[in-house]
Design a protein around this ligand. Structure first.
Ligand code: GUN
Ligand code: FE
Length: 450
């Protein structure tokens, strides 16, 4: 094997939820298909010869001083057509926000020129934030979602893209819905075929079956999409048990929880990602664990729409796969680094409590908050496992999706004092303070995208 790229330097990754691995002075060998062929340690006699060979071939990338390689960040939940709404319109509860702001905005993506302009900016912006894999809800329209996929391919972002399906006239406005269940299913099927036809053997952008959430879909649509999931083997994404209103709506209509209903429709698979899932109970968690379905934990947007904190530790301990989502634009930051900090903070509030008038022992649930290692794992390997994709770790066999974090740059809060920071402490500083200004080079599938 002739390496296509050799990156020389130090890195961090979390191969397991509770395990940080410091990869000091390693050579990361990337093959011609963009996979990591080997991670060679400094004590291995092959390292020097390989580095010299790579330098002569012009394929050596030496990390600058004060720089560390980390796995690319995985965002499990982005609403692409809500990008123009980031940072505004958060003054209403979910059910009002959808009708008043969000459906009218998403309806504008019927215009392919508008979609092309917004999606190009979105993909470039998320890549610059270190998001090398994004799972996108598109809009109801088929063609503009292919424009989003084209933007991902053009800029080199790994992505999963779904045509949103929503057909229930009781909850979806006439100006923004599928004509009926049969149309929504046919358009989803065509979208899957067209997106697959755009790429070869090893596609960077995958199609996702995307019922918006049960309240916006008829039973016929959910049934048909479940059938399509079985037929195509595609990923599935939807919102589940997000707020009191949303979970209550499903209970009133179907007499069960979101998870049970999705399972009956064939939509709860090992390739399913449920956004939010704040109000899932122990039975739902057990069912999800059995099916291998995952949660996109979106702590920022939950503070606005859920009035509750997702019990992330309870879910993990029940065997549910969990990663992080920005939920653009229910969440106001495009950064998964921000997202992991909100996950850390909210887990502290849930475990330790919030209301100072209560005694300390009654103030929180008593569950242990997330650690820095766990939060980083959620943002990388956890998200990758949720998608069953070979990314999220700097290890042999994984796709080389990675970014460089640089310390001590002007304008960044990440400061490194080599005499005072052990590697594990520097990792903690990265988790808590690495910002946009600290992000250097980025690769996806071995291709430099920034
Ligand atoms: N539930 C249904 N649609 C949406 C959406 O666009 N954002 C959020 N946060 N929840 C939803
Ligand atoms: Fe959402």
């Amino acid at each position: 094997m002739q390496p296509a790229l050799v990156v020389l330097g130090s890195g961090f990754h979390t191969p397991a939820r509770d395990r940080l691995e410091v990869l000091a002075d390693c050579a990361f060998i990337v093959d011609g298909t963009g996979r990591i062929a080997d991670v060679i340690r400094p004590e291995d006699p092959r390292q020097q010869a390989l580095a010299a060979w790579a330098e002569a071939q012009g394929v050596l990338h030496r990390l600058p001083a004060d720089a560390w390689l980390i796995p690319g960040l995985v965002d499990l939940h982005v609403h692409a057509p809500q990008w123009p709404q980031l940072g505004k319109a958060l003054d209403a509860p979910l059910e009002v926000w959808l009708q008043k702001y969000t459906f009218p905005l998403e309806a504008r993506f019927a215009d392919p020129d508008f979609a092309a302009e917004v999606y190009d900016d979105l993909v470039r912006s998320l890549l610059a934030q270190g998001t090398t894999t994004a799972m996108y809800f598109g809009s109801v329209h088929k063609r503009p979602n292919l424009i989003l996929a084209e933007a991902c391919l053009r800029h080199g972002q790994r992505a999963l893209v779904g045509k949103v399906a929503m057909d229930d006239p009781a909850t979806c406005p006439a100006f923004y819905r599928d004509a009926d269940a049969a149309t929504a299913i046919a358009e989803t099927r065509a979208f899957i075929a067209e997106l697959r036809a755009m790429q070869g053997e090893d596609p960077l952008v995958l199609p996702v079956i995307t019922p918006r959430f049960i309240p916006s879909c008829t039973d016929d649509l959910l049934e048909g999409l479940g059938q399509l999931a079985r037929e195509t083997g595609c990923h599935v994404q939807t919102h589940a048990s997000e707020s009191d209103w949303a979970a209550g709506y499903v209970r009133d209509r179907l007499g069960c929880s979101d998870c049970t209903a999705l399972d009956r429709f064939g939509l709860l698979t090992d390739r399913t990602v449920l956004a939010h899932a704040n109000f899932i109970d122990g039975n739902d968690m057990a069912l999800m664990a059995q099916r291998g379905a995952a949660v996109a934990h979106c702590p920022m947007s939950n503070a606005y729409f859920a009035n509750a904190i997702f019990p992330v530790r309870r879910a993990l301990e029940a065997g549910v796969e969990v990663g992080l989502g920005t939920d653009i634009s229910g969440g106001f930051s495009p950064s998964i680094l921000d997202g992991l900090r909100h996950a850390l903070m909210t887990s502290r509030h849930l475990g330790r409590g919030a209301d100072p008038t209560l005694p300390p022992e009654a103030r929180g649930t008593g569950e242990a908050p997330l650690t820095a290692v766990e939060a980083f794992w959620l943002a990388t390997a956890g998200g990758a496992d949720a998608l069953s994709l070979p990314v999220g770790r700097l290890a042999e066999g994984q796709c080389f999706d990675a970014l460089v974090i640089r310390a001590n740059l002007p304008g960044s809060g990440l400061r490194h004092f080599p005499g005072a920071d052990r590697p594990e402490e520097l990792f903690e500083k990265i988790v808590l303070t690495a910002d946009r200004a600290a992000i250097g080079d980025i690769w996806v599938q071995g291709r430099k995208v920034r």
